[in-house]
Design a protein around this ligand. Structure first.
Ligand code: AMP
Length: 421
């Protein structure tokens, strides 16, 4: 039986790579403008990091982690998200926060044992930012607007932003209590998860994706009325700053997100071009996580977006031009011309030009066929006659014309044509 990749994972093939490169390169450019620096943390961490950081009641920790014992009997987990590791790194390396703030971004694979479907995988990739050390609501507004700036730059159509505030340890108990009062009479109609959450973390009931449960959430009391002064002021300021930046958004009091560490602002960016899994980006503020993980009390806010989902939208709805470098196919005719062409390829590559040769062929017709299959833009033809005259034929396969040039000039001629366009 032939082996295939594990369920919920994907091979990313060369034909899709331009989308990935476009997303990665654009993210780096935009993050750099906002003064974020890249950090790379291990793909696996001690399981305790996620258990403590994300909360044992979250779906991620209770159901979805890839956890295993290593040969040294340590419980390790493939990272299901990026924030916990970055918080750990920020505490572990005080030089990261020596100016009392760290603005970090990351990019890489995450692992969750979820039920795979279109847009939901067990290994997926996130690109995210963490702004550590800033409590000012400008930061929340800047992080959200950065996300939209990036997605505009990527060319993702059909996006909308939802924001909410989930309060802080002062007002969260009041919000939870109001919610329980609202839900208690319909508890028997809600799913098992909702019933479990009712006792453990009622706010997360609002995150239930079950359509039947969601029908019981209409008429929900305005949780913003239960926010404490500080959270209310913060939320109003974020709203005001987003308005001042011209960021379109909508307030969604049901937006609580799946992770327990959020305080105050939560937000999500969804795309109307995706199906059921329509969230591209999610994030929020987590002012208590760093202290909870053993660091100094430090406010922070961040987001992560799913690269696979961004690729899905780009593939279908945007026209990124294939900016691949043109390929030069080098075609020696006959065995005696091969070594000179082999050397010429080396010269072309040293000059920064992309080229290819088929070592197994000596006749022109079949080499032209290969050049065609490889979608080469140019073909360099070097036969006995050309060797005698120290020339080479440059055939433009797109414009269908050709000329002979002195072989010692051909690298410069092609560099002029291709690199100086
Ligand atoms: P989260 O870390 O759950 O807040 O998710 C942030 C973003 O990561 C989501 O908006 C998705 O774009 C993406 N994402 C989360 N889980 C998955 C998954 N299982 N497969 C693909 N993308 C995912």
């Amino acid at each position: 039986m032939t082996l295939t990749n594990p369920r919920g994972t994907q091979d990313i093939l060369p034909a899709d790579m331009m989308y990935w490169h476009h997303i990665e390169a654009t993210s780096r450019t935009i993050f750099n403008m906002y003064h974020y620096e890249e950090i790379r943390t291990p793909i696996f961490e001690l399981s305790e990091l996620f258990e403590r950081g994300l909360g044992n009641e979250t779906d991620i920790v209770s159901k979805e982690m890839y956890t295993f014992m290593d040969k040294g009997n340590r419980s390790l987990t493939l990272r299901p998200e990026g924030t916990a590791s970055i918080v750990r790194a920020a505490i572990q390396h005080p030089q990261l926060t020596k100016h009392n703030q760290a603005k970090l971004y990351y990019c890489g694979p995450m692992f969750r044992y979820e039920r795979p479907q279109a847009g939901r995988y067990r290994q997926f990739h996130q690109i995210g930012i963490e702004n550590i050390g800033n409590a000012h609501p400008f930061t929340d507004a800047e992080v959200i607007s950065l996300g939209l700036h990036l997605f505009d730059e990527l060319g993702l159509p059909g996006l909308s932003v939802s924001i909410n505030s989930v309060g802080c340890p002062v007002c969260r108990p009041v919000i939870q209590e109001r919610l329980k009062q609202f839900i208690v009479n319909n508890l028997q109609h809600l799913c098992g998860d909702c019933n479990r959450r009712f006792d453990q973390n009622p706010l997360r009931i609002l995150d239930c994706k079950n359509d039947k449960c969601r029908t019981y959430f209409t008429g929900l009391p305005d949780i913003h009325k239960s926010l404490c002064h500080d959270c209310k002021d913060h939320f109003n300021s974020v709203v005001e700053y987003l308005d001042s930046l011209g960021v379109p958004f909508e307030i969604d009091p049901k937006l609580v997100r799946g992770l327990d560490y959020y305080t105050k602002t939560t937000f999500e960016i969804v795309s109307d071009k995706l199906g059921a899994q329509n969230a591209i980006c999610g994030g929020g503020r987590y002012d208590n996580l760093i202290k909870k993980m053993g660091g100094k009390s430090t406010p922070a806010v961040g987001f992560a977006f799913g690269v696979e989902r961004a690729v899905m939208v780009l593939k279908e709805f945007s026209e990124i031009i294939n900016r691949q470098d043109p390929l030069i196919f080098v075609a020696p005719i006959g065995f005696n011309q091969q070594t000179r062409c082999f050397r010429l390829m080396n010269e072309l590559r040293r000059a920064g030009l992309k080229c290819e040769m088929d070592y197994s062929k000596e006749d022109l017709k079949s080499q032209l066929k290969t050049a065609d299959k490889m979608e080469a833009r140019f073909c360099l033809i070097f036969g006995e006659e050309e060797a005698e005259k120290n020339e080479i034929i440059l055939k433009d396969l797109l414009e269908r014309k050709q000329d002979s040039y002195p072989i010692e000039n051909i690298v410069d001629i092609l560099a002029d044509k291709i690199l100086k366009r």
